[in-house]
Design a protein around this ligand. Sequence first.
Ligand code: DAH
Length: 343
Amino acid sequence: MWDIINDLVKELEGFQAKTQAEVEAFRVRMLGRKGILTGLFEDFRNVDPRQKKELGKKLNLLKNQVQQAIDVQKERLAAKTPTQSPADDLTKPAEILNMGSRHPIAIAQREILDIFRKMGFSVEEGPEIEDDWHVFSALNFPPDHPARDMQDTFFINSQTDNPVLLRTHTSSVQVRTMEKQKPPIRVVCPGRVFRNEAISARAHCIFHQVEGLYIDENVSFADLKQAILVFVHEMFGSSARIRLRPSYFPFTEPSAEVDVNCNICGGTGCNICKNTGWLEIMGAGMVDPNVLKASGIDPEKYTGFAFGMGVERIAMLKWQVRDLRLYFENDVRFLEQFQGGLL
Ligand code: DAH
């Protein structure tokens, strides 16, 4: 019996399988029902009791070594053979890499900024978490204005003299720009804004705006109108039309709301334009002297215009998207329809 054991130890030392099938054959030959080791364990019962202790130890050790050798070989071979080698079939077409694309809101925002860049505007950004001064007070909002109500604004800390809140418009970046730059100022300010509103096809509590501000000597309402017209023609094509309606904002005087003809229904009336054939895309006006003063600019010397537009609205019109919520659901079937490139 010792001879068989010694031979096995030697065989084990040199054991190198080339395939998994060889490993399996080895296992069956050693540990199978009729395997060599199984046989040795059977013979062990009839061994002289004086030899049992030493032989038993040796047999158990051998069994462990055999099992270990099988495991090692199995693992080695598995690591060596990838489940599917690329060399298997060289005629196979390459796998399609899904590159993804820009989000439609990002595409629209870039286009808006590019148009104004061409008109000499530069881009400014500001914080989403703002204070009352930059969102309301410096923009000439009276202390009891409804926008300062919890119903409309998400407050983070309202217990201080200058409450901390999520900005409700990017007009706050006008103020920040005027605080740090001297006229002439020509900036566009993109960003996310937050309002405590019920979500529907036309409204969301998070959306995007681009604010514009132009301050210099002798800036007039005609300049504002022309800048908007150029923008709309670049964005929607030269047949697009605009209409200005008198309006009110605390930070502009006079103020207007700007509509563009609804190209979702072609002017015949739909639920997006509320059957008017027109869609409001921005608020605008001449910067109120109080706003210039609050930011340290002399209203006797300088005038300016400002506007603020909703990026979702622009994108809706551009691609005839009927429900604003689609922009936030990020369903790939929706997103992959917009080819804005990745650069
Ligand atoms: N901040 C306004 C809003 O969120 C939009 C706006 C209106 C911006 C008139 C302006 C402006 O700069 O002059 O509804």
